[in-house]
Design a protein around this ligand. Structure first.
Ligand code: 4AZ
Length: 455
């Protein structure tokens, strides 16, 4: 090629081929570039060869895809990728007098005050420019510092990742200052510190409290009898009492050394050495295992009438609380349990009266039934005594059964804390209409528990 060849590069381009990236149709066309209009740098080789259209197509498509993906990722991370942030803060409550009832987190006064503080903080954020970012506040503890009432709280927010810590903190502090100016019924002093804490810190703080569950569960009204499978951490206070390494009864963790259960679990087997306690939803691959140092059965337990069917187990060593293992709240002796209210019973018991126990924890929703209704001639005909409580469905189908004994019947309060209402005790078979499960009424034994454990 002469000088013309150097100035004119020939690209063999198929018609419409760049768009379709398909095979070259019949006749290639020739496109000419006039290099008299473009200066070729010294390093640029003279391109006298034809470029492969597939390569050109591939490069163009790759660049477009790369650009699209980069843009999408950028938009996602800047606008949509949200992260949860946890903060710890302490509020001074100015217009509430301290009293003994505020020393225990399960008293009505403590629960009402915590709920008021939480709803006031929640309302403030919901009415602020952080309404979409605020998720939840929880009063972890009410305490006295000198003569000041202090509420320790944990707050959760959702922000996009492009926010930075210090600016978030300033925005939250600014909203909190507005609340303190606007407060009507509660007078709170601005928090002296708002500290960002990690997910792990939050978990460590919350799992020291009683009755906390991770997230919420949805239960359907099917088959313990009528139950559904539990997930790890759903019922972190539930334990399995195993005799000779076989699940025998349920139990409930009430402190890092004490288990509450039913007395009748020990009528046949009372030797502490053969018993173990396991933690976690699987009885075959438990998260933790402990031996029992002492079995403490109620002095007046009467097998014939099932009266005082309650026992305490002292573990050989403490368990460390985590998201899957921690304690339930014990109600006050005076706590009211309304008939018709919802409760949940959990355990590894059999799914039919003559069936065998299961290895995966089951959960079932039942209703509290008044002792009057439960003592009707068609029901238990007077066998329900004052320290007992009935729960089930009038049509039957959902119930505790053999192997669930000693396990928990729990209820959720307005602040989403879980309280131990009953201990699985007895019943006529399982899941029959008008024959609900009968439970040891925990409020009736609250003082007995305190006497023996100090809890
Ligand atoms: C039992 O035998 C048992 N349906 C426990 C609970 C119920 C019945 C029997 C309640 O351990």
């Amino acid at each position: 090629m002469g000088s013309d060849g150097e100035r004119q590069m020939k690209l063999r381009l198929p018609t419409a081929h760049l768009l379709l990236c398909g095979p070259v149709p019949n006749r290639p066309q020739t496109v000419a570039f006039d290099f008299s209009l473009v200066l070729r740098p010294a390093w640029m080789p003279s391109a006298s060869r034809s470029l492969n259209p597939y390569i050109v197509c591939f490069v163009v498509v790759s660049v477009v895809v790369l650009l699209a993906v980069t843009t999408a990722l950028l938009v996602y991370f800047l606008a949509f990728d949200q992260k949860y942030y946890f903060y710890r803060s302490s509020f001074q409550i100015l217009n509430v007098q301290h009293s003994d009832e505020l020393n225990s987190p399960v008293t009505q006064k403590y629960r009402t005050l915590s709920a008021r503080i939480e709803s006031m903080i929640t309302r403030t954020f919901k009415e602020s420019n952080l309404r979409k970012q605020f998720i939840k506040v929880h009063v972890v503890r009410l305490r006295l510092s000198g003569s000041d009432m202090i509420a320790d709280t944990v707050m959760k927010f959702k922000f996009t990742r492009n926010n930075n810590g210090p600016s978030l903190k300033r925005r939250i502090e600014s909203v909190l200052r507005q609340m303190l100016n606007n407060s009507e019924n509660l007078v709170m002093k601005p928090p002296t510190e708002l500290t960002e804490i990690t997910d792990q810190d939050t978990e460590d703080i919350l799992t020291q409290e009683c009755g906390i569950r991770q997230g919420l569960i949805t239960l359907s009204d099917e088959r313990i009898i009528g139950g559904t499978k539990a997930k790890e951490g759903d019922w972190p206070w539930q334990v399995s009492l195993q005799w000779s390494n076989h699940h025998y009864c349920g139990g409930v963790l009430i402190s890092n050394r004490w288990i509450l259960t039913a007395a009748h679990c020990f009528t046949r087997h009372s030797d502490t050495l053969l018993w173990t306690v396991t933690f976690g939803i699987s009885t075959t691959s438990p998260k933790e295992r402990r031996r029992i140092r002492t079995i403490l059965i109620h002095n007046n337990y009467k097998p014939e009438t099932h009266e005082n069917d309650i026992a305490l187990l002292h573990l050989d060593r403490e368990v460390t609380f985590n998201r899957n293992i921690h304690v339930v709240c014990l109600p006050e002796a005076s706590q009211n349990i309304p008939p018709g209210s919802t409760a949940y019973v959990t355990g590894w018991g059999s799914q039919s009266y003559t069936g065998s126990t299961v290895t995966h924890l089951e959960q079932a929703r039942v209703n509290i039934i008044s002792n009057n209704v439960c003592n009707a001639p068609s029901s238990y005909n007077g066998a329900i005594l004052p320290g007992m409580l009935c729960a089930g469905l009038s049509q039957g189908g959902v119930d505790a059964c053999q192997g669930d004994s000693g396990g928990p019947l729990v209820q959720e309060d307005a602040r989403h804390l879980w309280f131990l209402t009953g201990i699985v005790s007895w019943g006529y078979q399982c899941g029959l209409p008008d024959k609900p499960g009968v439970y040891t009424l925990v409020t009736a034994y609250r003082d007995w528990i305190h006497q023996h454990t100090g809890i």
